[in-house]
Design a binder for this molecule. Structure first.
Ligand code: BGC
Length: 664
């Protein structure tokens, strides 16, 4: 793959000659940052500082001191199920980074949504490792195609904010391999990612920043990572020593002057013989290659920021992520010719979400933001009267949600429950009682409880749709846009149904440990196994048109060894509107040799079809799709025997299925 840094001998030569020219002190000085978002440089050798910038959904104002395009947040991209869009987004994000002089984008953020309460769920993509991997690979490829480095984060098992600086995620090798690590494996093996951010937390007792098993054995030796590992900001404070971190495989401590990688401290450790110059050189070589590769004078494409092109991309991403959860009697889309009086109300209708540090380090300050009410006004112009009293209106749109304040979707704090604020719930109920055509639009980045769901005919999940979000929401409400999203996470009916919430050892744990006792049964894997009806299942999302699935065909019935299986079926848009469908392929082992999920997502495609159009959808499955990580032998294994393949519109809506036999 072209994006792999290691393919360039020239980079190696340049990194080595720089190293040869450096004094020991100069070398030691490079291991810790120079300021909040910059490394140090060595003017004597014309090595300019390397600038890094947040973050996952746009260039953070706090890191670049510039306004930038605010794209929808990670979970909205997760809901788009659209790797092509993710690639486009990655490229745009990198161009914005380049335009502020940054060489590294601190993203994508890819931790698995293990609990609905995680304050950072809004930044992450999904609860499923396959969807996670496909999107992460695309974002990274997009970013790195421009010569900017992606920095996939947070490695690893950083799935909550409570005690994030202290506690250890106690997670089995099997759950790590099947659920939490696949996205990092794909980031390295498939996308050739140039940098990785080590998390705040410890994993199985060892801080992620000095975790040799994670950083060296798995990431470098097993997956083949050749780039650099940077600590999460201030994460290194808790580790044992600089030598420990160096030996484990941490290349760069951020930010500032460093703690364990503080130059004076490293020097003492070096003089005491705690590490060798050779180890230091190797670590710096890994760092310098990316540093040089991404440098502004390395002939990389130019940057651009806040362009109409990026703003239109932000809008398309919002449209593709907005998820129609409920639509009784086809209340939506509203008919612009017939709606003369529209009530628009709710605490989030006029609120901005794209402001500095809103939500934490993923906050982006955009030059403008179309709020939902502005989007609706712009779309309707003078054709329709917009009021706040639902009584007598043709329809009522209640726009509610969480926002990026403490208690909402906010880095550093988890939520305490899945509820909308009480006054918002009351508003939904009173509006529904006053107007039968009540539509709830949710602006939030994580699953919500909806005890009022039965009271309203239509529910739209808008996520945090970015600076053009209001335009996208209005387009969906009035049918200019057919919503393209499906849920990337299960929405539980009650928090206690969720696998991390059966007791407090699992969540929030304590300062010492969080026990991942649900093991591989995360998200829908748990709901399916326990036969719990979720409020809305993983993969669910409605459309304004209808899709018909038929004629499943499996090519060849002799599936063996490393061979692939080819599966195809016919998909038709049988409705009267154009639209896209996210078709999902789930796999189950019929007689597993250890407890396995009822079904697991192993492929998906987002297919756009015009009204009346049909196409053939094909999937190719490799045997790895059938594999589990054997806890005894500590390796991937595939059982011989029968497997069920299910083509589905959601994890609970199987449309076609068939059995196949596999032999190693
Ligand atoms: C976050 C990272 C972020 C870094 C720099 C940390 O608090 O965990 O995701 O990239 O700050 O802002």
């Amino acid at each position: 793959m072209e994006s792999r840094v290691e393919q360039s001998e020239d980079l190696d030569t340049r990194a080595l000659s720089l190293l040869q020219a450096m004094t020991l002190d100069e070398k030691l000085s490079l291991l810790a940052g120079g300021s909040l978002f910059k490394t140090k440089g060595i003017p004597r050798l014309s090595l300019k500082p390397m600038k890094l910038s947040d973050g996952p959904r746009g260039i953070g104002f706090h890191s670049a001191l510039r306004r930038a395009t605010a794209f929808p947040t990670g979970i909205a991209l997760g809901a788009s199920w659209d790797p092509d869009l993710a690639r486009e987004f990655g490229e745009a994000l990198a161009r914005e980074a380049r335009s502020v002089g940054a060489q590294v984008v601190l993203g994508p953020a890819v931790n698995i949504c293990r609990t609905p309460l995680n304050g950072r769920t809004f930044e992450y993509f999904t609860e499923d490792p396959e969807l996670n991997s496909r999107l992460a690979v695309a974002v990274i490829e997009g970013i790195q195609s421009t010569g900017v480095s992606a920095c996939v984060k947070h490695y690893a098992a950083n799935n909550q904010e409570t005690h994030r600086m202290k506690s250890s995620s106690q997670v089995s090798e099997r759950a790590l391999r099947e659920i939490y690590l696949p996205v990092f494996e794909a980031a390295v093996r498939e996308a050739g990612v140039w940098s990785v951010m080590a998390a705040y937390n410890a994993v199985n007792g060892v801080a992620a920043c000095e975790n040799k098993t994670l950083l060296s054995d798995i990431l470098r030796r097993e997956y083949g990572f050749t780039g650099f590992v940077v600590s999460d900001w201030f994460a290194v404070r808790r580790t044992g020593s600089g030598a420990n971190c160096l030996e484990a495989g941490l290349n760069l401590e951020m930010p500032g002057k460093g703690s364990r990688y503080r130059q004076s401290r490293l020097k003492r450790e070096y003089e005491a013989g705690a590490f060798t110059e050779q180890a230091l050189d190797e670590s710096l070589r890994q760092l310098l290659r990316v540093w040089l590769r991404t440098s502004p004078d390395a002939g990389n494409p130019p940057g651009e920021r806040n362009t109409p092109k990026h703003q239109q991309l932000a809008r398309r991403m919002a449209e593709q992520g907005i998820t129609l959860l409920k639509n009784e009697s086809d209340l939506l889309p509203l008919d612009r010719q017939r709606v003369r009086r529209l009530a628009v109300l709710g605490q989030r209708a006029g609120k901005r979400n794209c402001l500095p540090l809103y939500g934490g380090s993923a906050g982006v300050w955009s030059p403008y933001e179309i709020t939902p009410i502005e989007g609706i006004r712009q779309l309707l112009g003078n054709d329709c009267e917009i009021v706040t009293d639902p009584r007598g209106a043709d329809a009522a749109v209640v726009i509610v949600g969480l926002g990026h304040r403490v208690g909402g979707d906010f880095e550093g704090r988890d939520r305490t429950d899945m509820d909308l604020p009480a006054e918002q719930q009351a508003l939904i109920r009173t509006t529904a009682a006053q107007n039968p055509n009540t539509i709830v639009v949710l602006v939030s980045g994580s699953p919500l409880a909806m005890p009022w769901a039965q009271d309203v005919p239509a529910i739209v999940m808008a996520w945090y749709p970015g600076m053009e979000g209001g335009t996208a929401i209005a387009g969906v409400l009035f049918g200019d846009v057919n919503p393209g999203g499906k849920l990337p996470v299960t929405f539980p009916a009650a928090l206690s149904d969720s696998p991390a919430h059966s007791d407090t050892r699992r969540f929030p744990g304590n300062e010492d440990a969080v026990h991942y006792e649900e093991d591989v049964f995360v998200g829908y894997r748990h709901f399916d196994r326990e036969q719990i009806e979720p409020l809305f299942p993983f993969g669910h999302g409605l459309s304004y048109t209808h899709f018909d699935y038929r004629d499943l065909e499996i090519a060849g019935d002799d599936w063996r060894g490393d061979g692939t299986l080819c599966l195809s079926f016919h998909l038709s848009n049988t409705g009267v509107r154009d639209g896209s469908e996210v078709v999902q392929l789930y796999v189950a082992c019929c007689v597993p040799s250890l407890p396995r999920p009822v079904r697991e997502l192993k492929g998906f495609k987002k297919v756009f079809l015009r009204a009346g159009e049909s196409c053939t959808v094909t999937f190719e499955l490799a045997a790895r799709a059938l594999a589990y990580f054997c806890p005894e032998d500590l390796r991937w294994k595939v059982d011989n025997g029968e497997y069920e393949l299910a083509v589905a519109a959601s994890s609970r809506d199987v449309r076609l299925q068939s059995r196949v036999t596999y032999a190693v």
